[in-house]
Ligand binder design. Structure first.
Ligand code: FPP
Length: 235
């Protein structure tokens, strides 16, 4: 599909892919089945979003809080990465998308870390489009890390210096954050970057969140007035 040129298209979307576990439970299936379905849905949704002209996407795949989940569930997610990440992502990244894994990778098994770092390297040549996969990620930890790095580099602590040390440095801030799964909160996702993001909540569980649902979120975004603290008259 031709990329859509629109002034009202978000440059950067964040997606909190919530509800995989509940989706599976409703079908009397294990949570890992929900994650597998969620993974397939994520790949198709990413392809659709880039084809519509979105340049940057951040997906929340595992939070630092999620690391406390039963070992079995975490192992299921790591296995999913081992078995399907490279092949499926290749389809998405072939659009000239640079991959970044954001979060504290040291929490992941060494072979998974290695696989993800290699996948990132393979896309280093790309510019202008990006995919951030948040794994073992927490926004507060990201902010603390950025502040520490700025101080270590002898920089004055300012909004700009902190921004420059976030994982997303060099990327536009998210204009739109979508959360599926009925919950209405940010759960430690991109807290610094989301200062002016429009928030969109869907009652659908993530495996049911279709390309058409994304189109609806984009339409709703396009209809909102973003004032960035100004009055209507100043815009
Ligand atoms: C939170 O909802 C979602 C997760 C912990 C995992 C999301 C992961 C994927 C969609 C696929 C995996 C992607 C990669 C890159 C490995 P939940 O599933 O815990 O759902 P619940 O709130 O219904 O329990």
């Amino acid at each position: 599909m031709a990329e859509q040129k629109s002034h009202n298209l978000p440059a950067h979307i964040g997606v909190i892919m919530d509800g995989n576990g509940r989706w599976a439970k409703a079908r009397l299936m294990p949570r890992s089945f929900g994650h597998q379905q969620g993974f397939s849905r994520m790949i198709s949704l990413l392809e659709h979003a880039y084809d519509r002209g979105v340049k940057y996407i951040t997906v929340y795949a595992l939070s630092t809080e999620n690391l406390r989940r039963p070992k079995e569930e975490l192992e299921g997610l790591f296995d999913l990465i081992r078995k399907r990440f490279l092949d499926s992502m290749r389809r998405v990244l072939a659009r000239g998308v640079r991959l970044k894994i954001i979060g504290d990778l040291s929490y992941l098994p060494p072979d998974v870390q290695e696989l993800l770092r290699q996948a990132e390297k393979d896309t280093e040549k790309y510019e202008g489009k990006g995919l951030n996969v948040a794994l073992a990620y927490g926004a507060r930890a990201e902010i603390v890390r950025a502040a520490k790095e700025a101080v270590a580099a002898g920089e004055e602590l300012t909004e700009e210096s902190i921004s420059a040390h976030l994982y997303t440095c060099g990327q536009p801030e998210p204009d739109l954050i979508i959360r599926t799964g009925k919950e209405k909160r940010l759960s430690n996702f991109l807290l610094y970057q989301a200062a002016y993001a429009e928030l969109y909540f869907s009652d659908k569980m993530f495996p049911d969140f279709s390309d058409k649902d994304l189109d609806e979120a984009l339409e709703e975004f396009a209809s909102r007035t973003r004032r960035f603290g100004k009055t209507d008259e100043q815009l």
